[in-house]
Design a protein around this ligand. Structure first.
Ligand code: AMP
Ligand code: ZN
Length: 720
């Protein structure tokens, strides 16, 4: 119902007003850190705008806040040639090098006055943003300085990046805020809180951890799916206007920063204009003390000559401007005494040596232990118990042992050796040929057991609400739970009397009690219906994180089918067998997103008769071991066909339609390519529909889709 013209006009005006107001609140919240309205009120504004835009889709503008996330995933980033090269910076590693640079600048400046701007050096990833007529049109990475990558869709999701410049940037009608093009540059970074959250999530999901926020930020802006970038909660600091004199008519870096602030960018508040070299030195020395208190990482101070005219006189080397220098903070290192190297046993049986040392404060927090990863690492660093060791924080976050102070080794200190028996169960340990990691081979190892049980109950896996470490520990101690299948035998009366190992003031033991017991039994029961992917993930098979588990569940549909695939005879590449042939013969490794290493781990797990028995018990006790809807009886009449769904359907949601198609053996993809067999276009179909036409992919309407689903017959491509 795209009403009368007046109605449309009114809607356009309302949408524009809403957009302005939402942008203003984004700025207040993300840049100024001073929200003016409640989250609910903000959401209401966005909802009203969305409603208008869904009635009048042609009113959607690229700078609409509803467009921050919305671009489809893309498989590659187009190259962007930088109009002006993105230089790196020369470093001053200490005050001496800083002085040398100040002296070189002094030689050129002579008797003239020369102010400097000192800015914090944000440890993130460089970013270029281009605005045309005030609207963000392109975001790019630095790349090699001459050519970067187009990451516009991802950067749009960063909430402190203005999609439109504030017109109040200056009153001038010819200002870049309203007319012409302007490029600004800055740093995109991951706040420490987001970094810690992401690593905690990755740890829970068994995924590799990011070494530091910088790597995490660089990875996040290069995500294929903008929705993933959005979930990372990146932020920016903008510190440069390209060709500021021409673009803004200003003469100094400090003035350019002022303009950036007015235009709505997030400019770092710790900028200081220094009138002399002495002030620069003082700022650089004092900035070190700031770093621990900031909610983001900095790795130094950037000192820039304020005047653009003097910048021009100083010019550039082949790599960096001569008018700026990065004063780098020393990586903070401390010495302490190594008291012990303890071995931890993980859920997958890995034995990890852990250095335990006298507590020291490094880069703002107290640390007392650091992982030494594996036996090779201990040998390489040659640290021995009793040694005076040097510790630091890698990427200023993760505690790390650098090495030992050779001259301070106590007499008789022996090289450390990995124990031959598991410190948890006393079972034999094993280090596979060519691997760095030593493992306990005992499947019933209690250290592994507790972690396995916790992992099964965790949020990303079976999500048994309330089944935390303490209760699981008690259940194991009381002999009530040995493996994950035992959760499903627990009853309320047993749980209600579970001794929590503490006593009340009157000396009676604390028990779990009937209320918690009933909740736990209900939570265990609910977990029986978790999708197959969660079950596979919950088993804690090495290398099988939640994504791989989903792929396996999707591909095989049941534990039985997976066990069968795992029992296939797979040739080892080598003598007469090519890697490709081995891969083709491996029903698990050839699944997209899996590969030989994961397949080998799945085979090792499922080939173990103890584990098969465990899976049989789980099935017996009502845990879902096959995808519900996909019976082997359903004829796979659409096998080999790929569908893409676009637009709104009347009779089902897109997800329902996708499930129905998949049940018949079809693949359903999110993007149109030459390999797409059919595009199903509902109401208001967008770019996917256009792409289908361009590629000559046949398009079906909803009626045709209903026929396919009801009859199970593959669609007939409309001719022509
Ligand atoms: P480097 O990568 O060590 O050569 O340092 C140069 C990089 O520091 C630049 O490419 C920017 O990405 C980054 N940087 C961080 N903060 C600033 C700042 N305030 N001014 C200029 N560059 C900065
Ligand atoms: Zn063990």
């Amino acid at each position: 119902m795209s009403g009368a013209p007046q109605e449309r006009e009114a809607a356009a005006a309302r949408a524009a007003a809403l957009r302005r107001e939402i942008a203003r609140h984004d700025h207040a919240y993300y840049v100024l850190d001073a929200p003016e309205i409640s989250d609910d009120a903000y959401d209401a504004l966005v909802r009203e705008l969305r409603d208008i835009e869904s009635v009048f889709p042609d009113l959607v503008t690229s700078d609409s806040p509803t467009q921050r996330v919305g671009a489809p995933p893309s498989s590659q980033f187009a190259p962007v040639t930088h109009a002006q090269r993105m230089y790196s910076l020369d470093n001053a590693m200490d005050l001496g090098e800083l002085d040398a640079w100040l002296a070189r600048v002094g030689d050129v400046v002579g008797e003239r006055e020369c102010a400097f701007v000192c800015e914090l050096k944000i440890d993130g990833s460089s970013l270029s943003l281009t605005y045309e007529d005030g609207v963000l049109v392109r975001a790019a990475t630095r790349g090699d300085g001459r050519t970067g990558e187009d990451i516009t869709a991802n950067v749009r999701t960063i909430r402190d990046v203005p999609l439109r410049l504030h017109e109040a940037a200056d009153g001038d009608a010819a200002s870049p805020a309203t007319r012409g093009a302007v490029e600004v540059r800055g740093e995109v970074y991951l706040p420490l809180a987001a970094f810690e959250r992401i690593n905690a999530e990755n740890e829970e999901a068994g995924l590799p951890l990011f070494a530091n926020p910088r790597n995490a930020a660089a990875g996040a802006v290069r995500q294929k799916d903008p929705a993933v970038t959005a979930s990372r909660e990146l932020a920016t600091f903008v510190y440069q206007v390209v060709d500021a004199r021409r673009a803004l008519g200003v003469a100094r870096q400090s003035e350019a920063l002022e303009w950036l602030r007015r235009a709505g960018f997030h400019v770092n508040p710790d900028v200081v204009v220094c009138a002399s070299a002495d002030e620069v030195r003082a700022y650089c020395t004092s900035a070190v003390d700031k770093r621990d208190a900031l909610p983001y990482e900095i790795d130094g101070v950037v000192v820039k000559v304020d005047s653009f005219a003097l910048q021009d006189e100083l010019g550039y080397t082949s790599k960096a401007p001569r008018w700026a220098i990065a004063f780098k903070f020393p990586a903070e290192e401390k010495t302490t005494v190594l008291r012990d190297i303890r071995v931890q046993v993980g859920r997958t049986g890995a034995l990890t040596p852990l250095a335990e040392f006298d507590p020291v404060t490094v880069a703002g927090s107290t640390i007392a232990r650091a992982t030494l990863h594996n036996a090779d690492e201990v040998a390489r660093k040659d640290v021995r118990i009793g040694d005076t060791i040097i510790v630091r924080k890698a990427g200023d976050v993760i505690p790390e042992v650098v090495g030992a102070v050779a001259g301070m080794r106590p007499e008789g200190a022996e090289p450390w050796r990995m124990p031959e028996a598991c410190p948890s169960c006393g079972g034999p340990v094993w280090r596979p040929e060519g691997e760095a990691v030593t493992r306990c081979t005992n499947v019933a190892c209690p250290a592994q057991r507790l972690e396995r049980l916790e992992h099964w109950a965790s949020r990303g896996a079976m999500d048994i609400d309330g089944m935390g470490t303490e209760i699981i520990t008690r259940l194991v101690e009381r002999g009530l739970v040995h493996d994950v299948s035992d959760f499903y035998l627990l009853d309320e009366s047993t749980l209600a009397t579970l001794d929590m190992g503490r006593v009340k003031q009157d000396g009676t033991p604390v028990v779990l009690g009937p209320v918690v017991a009933a909740k736990l039994v209900a939570a265990v029961d609910v977990s029986r219906t978790r999708p197959l992917a969660r079950v596979i993930f919950g088993l804690g098979i090495r290398h099988v994180g939640s994504t791989v588990a989903e792929v396996l569940a999707e591909e095989f549909g049941s534990i039985d089918a997976l066990i069968e695939a795992a029992s296939a005879d797979v040739p080892t590449p080598g003598e007469g067998v090519s890697v490709a042939a081995a891969l083709a013969a491996d029903p698990i490794a050839r699944v997209e997103g899996v590969g030989p290493a994961i397949a080998a781990s799945v085979r090792a797990f499922l080939g173990n008769p103890d584990n098969q028995a465990l899976l049989a018990r789980l099935a017996e006790r009502g845990v879902r071991v096959a995808e519900e809807r996909r019976g082997p009886t359903e004829p796979q009449t659409l096998a080999g066909l790929t569908f893409v769904l676009t637009g709104a359907l009347d009779r089902f949601t897109r997800e329902e339609a996708a499930t129905a198609l998949k049940r018949l053996g079809a693949k359903v993809s999110g993007s149109v390519s030459k390999k797409t067999s059919f595009v199903v276009a509902g109401a208001d179909a967008g770019s996917k529909y256009d792409k289908a036409l361009a590629l000559g992919v046949p398009v079906l309407d909803e009626d045709a889709l209903v026929r396919v689903i009801e009859t199970g017959e593959p669609p007939v491509a409309p001719s022509g």
